[in-house]
Ligand binder design. Structure first.
Ligand code: PXP
Length: 244
């Protein structure tokens, strides 16, 4: 069964809009877990625009499922991860000006520093996934580096407007998923997935886990987190049943 890891960053985005204490991503994470989330994901950004160090420390103590820390491959983040020991780390590229993570890691170009970084984390017993574009070279490079797995970037698929672009991007995702599985990598997918576009990706049985944030948190404004998580989980399970 595919797992659903709920990204609670945007609960913190609302809180930080007023530099207040509510809403609390820690409470949101607990409610998401009660509603069936299989994991909680947070991205601690260098500029701390949403998730704060305090959130991470409390989440480490309170998350009952699996805590996935998304982070850039920097010295500061390495130190934090080694101290915190999340259940897994997903390495992402990070630019200050971006609204959200825009592209996958340049695993091929940065293979030497990334390899060192990954082995440091894995040496401390922390499994590491690399967030990559749906491209065979990136999957192969991640395998060569020795990461536990990859998270395939579904953003271009999610943003595609024409049917032809959508098909092409979906095929890219699927080919990368198949290759990743064939190489024995843990295979996750995420970015831009919502209640509609998840269906075709959920049908890919080789995907082990989805990381979904924005669409769930946006819907939770109307329905509450529990209902928003339950509905996404239901679609993921349904998609898998009719899948390939
Ligand atoms: N996976 C990664 C690596 C991400 O950076 C993000 C965004 O923080 C997500 C998944 C979740 O994307 P979205 O919020 O669009 O569902």
């Amino acid at each position: 069964m595919a797992r659903l890891s709920v990204n609670v960053d945007h609960v913190a985005t609302v809180r930080q809009a007023r530099l207040a204490t509510e809403p609390d991503p820690v409470s949101a994470a607990a409610q998401a877990e009660l509603a069936g989330a299989d994991g909680i994901t947070v991205h601690l950004r260098e500029d701390r625009r949403h998730i704060q160090d305090r959130d991470l420390i409390i989440l480490r103590k309170t998350v009952k499922t699996r805590l996935n820390l998304e982070m850039a491959a920097t010295k500061e983040m390495l130190q934090i991860a080694l101290e915190l020991k999340p259940d897994m780390v997903t390495l992402v590229p990070e630019k200050r000006q971006e609204l959200t993570t825009e592209g996958g890691l340049d695993v091929k170009g940065l293979s030497e520093p990334l390899k060192k970084f990954v082995s440091h984390l894995m040496g401390a017993g922390i499994p590491v996934n690399l967030f990559i574009d749906p491209a065979p070279e990136a999957v192969k490079a991640s395998h060569r580096i020795g990461s536990d797995g990859v998270e395939i970037h579904t953003g271009k698929y999610a943003d595609a407007v024409s049917a032809a672009d959508r098909e092409r991007e979906l095929k890219r995702v699927y080919d990368s998923v198949l290759l990743s599985k064939r190489l024995g990598l843990k295979t996750h997918a995420g970015h831009g997935l919502d209640y509609r576009n998840i269906r075709e990706v959920a049908a890919m049985r080789d995907i082990d886990e989805f990381a979904i944030g924005y669409s769930i948190i946006a819907r939770s404004i109307y329905t509450g987190i529990a209902e928003a998580v339950r509905e996404m989980k239901r679609i993921v399970i349904e998609g898998r049943q009719g899948g390939f």
